[in-house]
Design a protein around this ligand. Structure first.
Ligand SMILES: Cc1cc2nc3c(=O)[nH]c(=O)nc-3n(C[C@H](O)[C@H](O)[C@H](O)COP(=O)(O)O)c2cc1C
Length: 334
């Protein structure tokens, strides 16, 4: 029997997951012995994510947090994927684990301890490089079936990435609809960020607070493909490595699995003292994505997330909406 207290405790940890533009595109429901996890399609991003793959990756991140938190609080989980309608929920069945000897929960608890400290750190990283031991540990992080994670260290191979990052960024910042959608999800000052509880707060990108009118003007008129390319080149050069996440099949089930692999990576690397941030632009533009596949010989695998990793001080943390706004109506989703 899942008590109300445990339900809220678990969904609170689940909601700390990352999501594209911090849209938090999920809703939770409760059954006697299960938590339901719905995709919230009302929070989709039609320009940057027209097929909703990033939405389902975000849902997978929430699922991973939920499974880790449930393990920490003494529940075994079985995840049931329903393959009917696109907005059908995942059902996470919880069964109390028998009392375990001390330390048997260590696997979950070590990851659980990273749920709150984890963040996407969007600033410039320090010069420090990855040592061999850390690179080895990163390569050993387990991934979900049908997903692949590839660590690319700075060098000849990573040089193939930079022009593709710039090409993706050029296309996006040359597209007015992309910039409009982004501006809708930017929170230009703390008041706005707290009030909405979602979106990308300027401070997380190291930018000063402004009013919405001034912020929108800067984004729409002063930020150009050229200024963005310059910014990305600098961030790229200060990275200790890059990580490419791919799926074997381009469907919601694999996107969710990729989200789980990515979130596990985020929790494990946070424990190692590493930071990460997205550089997805080449993968959000289909034509450029194909070039990435070709450059890295990915064959049938479809690359969907690209990260830079490195060392940095933590930035400000993003806000989340009130949990009550994330609860689905009792019968079907709101
Ligand atoms: C599927 C996915 C795609 C993302 N894409 C980007 C991106 O292109 N650029 C970026 O700066 N952050 C990206 N993010 C990170 C989000 O902006 C970040 O998770 C969100 O703002 C919440 O912040 P937090 O993860 O630090 O809690 C992405 C996150 C996810 C899950």
């Amino acid at each position: 029997m899942l008590t109300e207290e445990t339900y809220f405790r678990l969904i609170n940890y689940a909601s700390k997951a990352p999501s594209l533009h911090n849209t938090q595109p999920w809703k939770f429901g409760r059954e006697e012995d299960a938590i339901l996890l719905y995709p919230d399609l009302s929070r989709s991003l039609p320009v940057v994510d027209p097929d909703n793959h990033a939405l389902f990756i975000s849902l997978g991140c929430t699922l991973e947090n939920l499974v880790v938190a449930a393990g920490h609080y003494g529940f075994d989980t079985t995840v049931e994927v329903r393959r009917g309608r696109i907005d059908d929920p995942l059902r996470v069945k919880l069964s109390p684990l028998p009392p375990l000897p001390d330390g048997a929960h260590a696997k979950y608890s070590a990851l659980f301890a990273q749920i709150k400290p984890r963040q996407v750190t969007k600033g410039t990283y320090k010069e420090d490089t990855l040592d061999r031991d850390t690179a080895g540990k990163i390569r050993e992080i387990p991934v979900e079936p049908g997903t692949n994670v590839r660590l690319i260290l700075p060098g000849e191979e990573s040089e193939k990435l930079l022009p593709l990052v710039v090409e993706g960024s050029d296309r996006q910042f040359g597209n007015k609809a992309f910039v409009r959608e982004l501006v809708d999800w930017l929170r230009f000052n703390e008041k706005e960020a707290i009030k909405k509880g979602d979106g990308i707060w300027n401070a997380t990108m190291g930018l000063p607070a402004t009013g919405r009118a001034i912020g929108s003007f800067i984004m729409k008129r002063l930020v150009t493909p050229r200024s963005e390319a310059k910014r990305w080149k600098k961030l790229f050069r200060k990275s200790a490595g890059f990580v490419l996440f791919s799926v074997a099949q381009h469907d919601p089930e694999h996107w969710i699995r990729l989200g789980r692999s990515f979130q596990r990576f985020g929790l494990e690397t946070t424990a190692m003292g590493l930071k990460h941030a997205h550089m997805n632009m080449p993968l959000e533009e289909e034509l450029v994505r194909e070039k990435v596949s070709g450059a890295f010989d990915l064959g049938e695998m479809m690359p969907l997330l690209l990260l830079r990793i490195g060392y940095a001080d933590p930035g400000p943390y993003s806000f989340r909406r009130n949990l009550y706004e994330m609860i689905a109506q009792q019968h079907g989703q709101a």
